[in-house]
Ligand binder design. Structure first.
Ligand code: HEC
Length: 129
């Protein structure tokens, strides 16, 4: 019985340790993503409830239809854009905004490092509240 209890306790212990490890790791990449978001924050919010800015809010942007924010006046290209902002599409935009989506986010010049783009994507998926 005692052995069984000890085994159970150590199992619970490992689960707790593993469980703690996961949020710490994603928190670190989320923080990197949050730092990258400085390039977007002048024009975008990550919350739908915030008042409209220069650009549309980006809450739920990963998997969202292009031009879907109703209280934002888009360019004709995005308003009629019949596509979804999935991860691959956002990554391509982040790498080379002027060649994939010219004129969309004018002052943003692109992120060359795949690592920075991945961190920013992770942050866009789950912005810190
Ligand atoms: C100088 C202002 C500005 C900056 C900086 C900026 N954006 Fe934008 N963004 C806009 C505007 C304005 C639009 C709408 C463009 C249109 O209607 O064609 C837009 C549109 C978008 C869209 C399409 C949204 C939709 O609903 O279809 C995405 C995605 C986006 N921006 C992501 C970003 C990200 C990520 C960054 C930072 C890396 C960024 N933008 C930086 C101004 C900006």
């Amino acid at each position: 019985m005692q052995i069984y209890m000890m085994a159970t306790l150590s199992l619970v212990g490992s689960v707790v340790i593993l469980g703690l490890g996961v949020p710490v790791a994603s928190e670190a990449s989320q923080q990197k993503g949050q730092a990258q978001f400085i390039r977007c924050a002048a024009c975008h919010s990550t919350r739908a409830a915030d008042r409209p800015s220069t650009g549309p809010h980006l809450e739920g942007i990963v998997g969202r239809k292009a031009g879907a924010v109703t209280n934002f006046t888009y360019s004709e290209r995005l308003r009629k854009g019949d596509f979804i902002w999935d991860e691959a599409r956002i990554d391509a935009f982040l790498a080379a905004p002027q060649s994939t989506d010219p004129g969309m986010c004018l002052t943003f010049r692109g992120l060359a490092k795949a690592e920075d783009r991945a961190a920013l994507l992770a942050y866009l998926k789950a912005p810190a509240s």
